[in-house]
Design a protein around this ligand. Structure first.
Ligand code: URA
Length: 434
């Protein structure tokens, strides 16, 4: 076999066989197929597509390109969740302790933020001492003993995807539903989760801008999961405006803690309950979403989810005083509220613009490997559909200095749009793909 023949075949819109896909992925991971050939192949796939069989073969080839975890050795069913990325999305911090409190083991490997979209690891690292680099042995031992793990991806998990994703990022080939689905699912399959809830975001602050695209991605990921013998369900959720109020690492941890105490913004709480309810159904703890939601609500109300979160922090080396007294988490030196310049119904709070502003403040990274500022961020005080009077608080900026505050303020005002006509609130969810 030769890499060039595989590229030509895809260029000419032909279907690749399983062995051809495996040869290509194995060769690329081993460094025998160079970046320029992989880039040409990725572009051919982006333009000409793949069948669902090819997509599954690609996913499995990437999943088995490195270490794979067999969690059935340590627990009878391990639950996992995955979000396709959003702004203010701190759902994992609340949902995983809820599900663990309801008696289902949760083992999750999370990622870092890139661009306007935040990442769970960065949020967790605002808790001093919290370790996000557990070894595979530590991951398995903690899952067996504690039933809850939240760490970073080990270097050897789906290395083909790591390499290919970095290449796609600089060759204009990220935006392929087939390549996104196989990239996400290769990591999920390698990480060993047996039942996975996929939170597929749609809207201004998401990879998928339209409902049709989001639905196709969700359908494909669920099908791949089933073909790989995993249970999966996908929820299509709104990402036109930020989720909850807080956008920024330590600020999002504080909001998650608030929610674990039964408070927190209503949209965020509803979001967490919905995701948790589907995880509880997939894991066999509840027969219906409604019963799952009831269990999840109880775990918040009786404090067991909060206790699980604290135990997680302690187990992974974090200083629990910082979550017991969240005001001790990093705080920016300049915290200033900004008033609404206009009266009217809020028509748009552009999630992408808000995410970009958080990056400008230092909360995110434009390039892989950059350091971030855990203290800075934004509180968006309203939701689409709210009526605000001119002079009423609109948002709060947490900045390092005056110049950063001014820049953020301009960006955030531009992200808001007012209407004189009444505006309906945005839905939280657009559907479920089973
Ligand atoms: N997230 C991933 O993990 N992979 C993609 O291709 C896009 C988003």
């Amino acid at each position: 076999m030769r890499a060039v023949d595989i590229i030509i075949k895809k260029r000419d819109k032909q279907e690749l066989s399983g062995p051809e896909i495996e040869y290509f992925i194995r060769g690329y991971t081993a460094g025998e197929i160079p970046d320029y050939q992989a880039a040409a192949w990725a572009m051919a796939v982006l333009i000409n597509g793949m069948t669902s069989r090819e997509t599954t073969d690609l996913t499995l080839a990437m999943a088995y390109s490195g270490e794979t975890l067999d969690l059935s050795r340590v627990v009878s069913i391990a639950l996992d969740k995955h979000s396709t990325g959003g702004v203010g999305d701190k759902t994992t911090l609340v949902v995983e302790p809820i599900v663990a409190a309801c008696g289902l083991p949760v083992g999750k490997m999370s990622g870092r933020g890139l661009g306007f979209s935040g990442g769970t690891l960065d949020k967790l690292e605002s808790i001093p001492g919290y370790r996000t680099n557990l070894t595979t042995e530590e991951f398995l031992q903690q899952l067996a003993e504690d039933g809850l793990v939240l760490t970073g991806q080990t270097a050897d998990l789906a290395p083909a995807d790591g390499k290919l994703y970095a290449l796609r990022d600089v060759t204009g080939t990220v935006q392929s539903i087939l390549l996104i689905a196989s990239s996400v699912m290769s990591k999920k399959i390698a990480a060993g989760g047996q039942a996975i809830v996929l939170d597929v975001k749609v809207g201004l602050g998401a990879f998928m801008q339209t409902l049709d695209e989001a639905r196709s991605l969700a359908r494909l990921m669920v099908d791949i999961a089933h073909l790989a013998d995993r249970k999966a369900v996908a929820l299509l959720s709104d990402m036109n405006q930020p989720l909850g109020h807080a956008v920024g690492n330590a600020m999002e941890v504080r909001e998650a803690i608030d929610t674990l105490h039964g408070n927190g913004p209503s949209d965020f709480r509803q979001h967490c309950l919905e995701i948790a309810s589907h995880m509880l159904v997939l894991g066999g703890k509840a027969e219906t979403d409604t019963l799952g939601r009831k269990l999840a609500q109880e775990a918040l109300a009786n404090g067991t989810a909060w206790e699980r979160f604290k135990r997680l922090v302690v187990r992974q080396g974090g200083d629990v005083r910082f979550v017991e007294e969240p005001q001790r988490l990093p705080q920016a030196p300049l915290i200033r509220m900004v008033e609404s310049p206009d009266s009217g119904y809020i028509e748009r709070i552009d999630a992408r613009e808000v995410g970009e502003t958080a990056v400008t403040l230092g909360a995110g990274r434009a390039r892989k490997g950059e350091t971030i500022d855990h203290a800075v961020g934004i509180e968006i005080l309203h939701k689409v559909g709210d009526f605000v009077q001119a002079g009423q608080p609109l948002f709060v900026v947490h900045a390092r200095n005056e110049a950063d505050f001014e820049a953020a303020c301009q960006q955030l005002l531009a992200a808001h749009r007012w209407s004189h006509e009444a505006i309906s609130p945005l839905p939280h969810f657009y559907g479920v793909i089973r």
